[in-house]
Design a protein around this ligand. Sequence first.
Ligand code: GUN
Ligand code: FE
Length: 426
Amino acid sequence: MKNNSYALKGNILYSKDKSMIIEQKHGFLLCEDGKVTGVFGELPKRFEGIPVVDKGDALILPGFADLHLHAPQYAFRGLGMDHELLDWLDTHTFPEEAKYADPAYAKLAYGQFVPALAAGATTRAVVFATAHTEATLLLMDMLEETGLVTRVGRVNMDRNSNPALQEQSAAASLADTRDWLRQAEGRYTHTAPILTPRFIPSCSDELMHGLAALQKETGLPVQSHLSENQGEIAWVKELCPEAANYADAYRRFGLLGGAGCPTIMAHCVWSDAAEQALLAEHGVWVAHCPVSNADLSSGVAPVRAFLERGIKTGLGSDMAGGYELSIFGVMVQAVKDSKLRWRMQDETLAPLTLPEVFYLATRGGGSFFGQVGAFEPGWEFDAIVVDDSEIVCPFELTLQERLERLVYLGGDRNVKEKYVQGRRVK
Ligand code: GUN
Ligand code: FE
């Protein structure tokens, strides 16, 4: 037994795989040195005497991973969703992000975003900042303080945007990115950079080639957007006529996953069989963002096809295409949209089930961070303690029924405690 050991006692649930949830009523979840020892019905003899935090009848779940969100867009959440993607970027997003050139504004706005993210069920997040080094470092400093484990990207964008936001040239964008990486180096324990070409319409060929070279040099992961909206896809076809599809355009630049280049692509709403095959082949993570995809009238991604092909898939709030940070809300939208898609668009892809969206929120997205998102022995200890007692019911519920109710009727407000890598952060 290691020194740094304790147990959480409560009703423990986690995904074994995409269709199976493991449950342990009034069980013990053991943590040693930030890692899961296991889930037990009785405290094993060799652990007698360790601190046991008894959470009574509460639910204990793995923390959620938010694989795609924009920190600066929290400011205008719930506003301006009467547009599709490209108009929404020009009308709302780029003007707001331009404000983060002012560190005082960034401090004010990120000072609202960061506590909101810290308060909910999310323990891991992959975040877009803006094209500003100082504001991005400020955001990283604030996220570090929360104890969450995050990847944060200073956004690269040197064309087709608001002149107040867009970078002056590919060379300037690359030099500033290197400067940002130098300043971030050695500064954080829980926070790390990720290369972030915004999407192909925002990045010149020269910038994309330069970022691919930087990726090879540093081994950093990459995040971007893919096949979200039909207008966007048509534009990429014009910009990259030689590419077989949008994902292939990233591939040709050397920014689509593969060995040594972990990559998250947000959305993939319109990814067809050929594009899905590329995503599978290159081991790309898809961040499924159904709330955003509804808000911006983008469509509904074929998530079951991703799962059947073995494409690594997690969930994203896509704040503020999505109006809320809650991954509970994202899970609900994912299920509902999959039902409408099945009924109205494609009867070959059955609706997502609750175990499947629970898997996507935990184990599916967590895999981007390594052995994260389930209470398997040796995996990183990320857990939330949830009080669902307000969701009253006159008959007895199973633990999985309580989880289902929690997803639909509860949310981040029910999260009472949060642990990341064994550290209590809430
Ligand atoms: N594509 C390029 N930029 C963005 C953004 O900020 N949000 C979304 N949803 N899609 C994008
Ligand atoms: Fe996005």
